[in-house]
Design a binder for this molecule. Structure first.
Ligand SMILES: Nc1ncnc2c1ncn2[C@@H]1O[C@H](COP(=O)(O)OP(=O)(O)OP(=O)(O)O)[C@@H](O)[C@H]1O
Ligand SMILES: Cc1ncc(CO)c(N)n1
Length: 263
């Protein structure tokens, strides 16, 4: 069985972060493992506090896994601090990990800084070059490139700029563009590929980004080519959003189906 690792923060309400990642892994029938980088006090209405985990124990968690278990692919989510970013990058380099999906989590849907403002440069310098694929949403792509993105043409320009920072593929997610369809675009350094789905009219999209990146990692871990891995992950997130829950008073979570591809 494929072994998938998520390096990310905990969401106490179970909709995003480590919890979404592990649910996604289970739904894909791969074995999930986790390195927790931060603990958030969070629910459907917002993030109320964050406790970063000491980089020393983050390193030890990664070592404990890699010294014992062959990892098929890794998803990286919330990394918050400069030291956390450097530690993760150095340790994954040490183990020569190639199959990395980087979700450059920056700000929660409720507006809380999940990446400290001074850590952006460290993300660009240390983690982005290690990524097989990076999956920014539009606000994240804007922060990374320093450009405003309002159109598909600007999404393409941003993808090109981010590609120059060293990942093998860039997937700019269009969930934040207010259009009838939700279109993501993949850039491989030469061509663009579009992944379009019907926008689900719901407010319950807590954890969409975490879920999509974990599904891509699970599919890459299974040996799928990048374009199939993204297409299948996009089908998964679409179904998860269509069946999202209205739990809590705010932005509810998406639903993770076991054996979803047989549903
Ligand atoms: N209402 C929707 N209907 C269909 N697909 C959507 C909808 N909202 C987002 N998506 C899709 O979900 C995936 C995640 O996109 P999004 O841009 O919302 O991520 P995100 O902002 O990083 O999420 P998060 O807030 O969890 O970090 C993308 O494939 C996007 O196209
Ligand atoms: C822990 C965590 N990671 C990622 C996100 C995505 O926004 C979130 N809300 N919380």
């Amino acid at each position: 069985m494929e072994r998938l690792l998520t390096i990310a923060g905990s969401d106490s309400s179970g909709g995003a972060g480590i919890q979404a990642d592990l649910k996604t892994f289970s739904a894909h029938e791969v074995f999930g493992m986790s390195v927790i980088t931060a603990v958030t006090a969070q629910n459907t209405q917002g993030v109320f506090a964050v406790q970063d985990i000491d980089p020393g124990i983050i390193k030890k968690q990664i070592e404990a896994i890699y010294d014992d278990i062959l990892v098929s692919a890794v998803k990286i989510g919330m990394v918050s601090q400069v030291e956390t970013i450097k530690t993760i990058a150095d340790t994954l380099k040490h183990y020569n990990e190639q199959n990395i999906v980087l979700d450059p989590v920056m700000i929660s849907k409720s507006g809380y800084d999940l990446l400290q403002p001074d850590a952006k440069e460290a993300l660009i310098e240390h983690l982005i070059p290690l990524a097989r694929v990076i999956t920014p949403n539009i606000p994240e792509a804007e922060v990374i490139t320093g450009r405003s993105i309002k159109t598909v043409v600007e999404m393409k320009e941003a993808a090109k700029m981010i590609f120059e920072m060293g990942p093998s593929y860039v997937l700019v997610k269009g969930g934040h563009l207010e259009e009838e369809d939700s279109t993501d675009l993949l850039y491989d350094g030469t061509d663009f590929y579009f992944y379009t789905s019907k926008r689900v009219p719901t407010k319950n999209t807590h954890g969409t980004g975490c879920t999509l990146s974990s599904a891509i990692a699970a599919n890459l871990g299974k040996g799928q080519e990048i374009r199939d891995a993204i297409k299948n992950a996009k089908d998964y997130i679409q179904m998860a959003i269509e069946h999202s829950f209205s739990i809590g008073k705010g932005v509810g979570p998406v639903h993770h189906f076991h054996n979803w591809y047989k549903a």
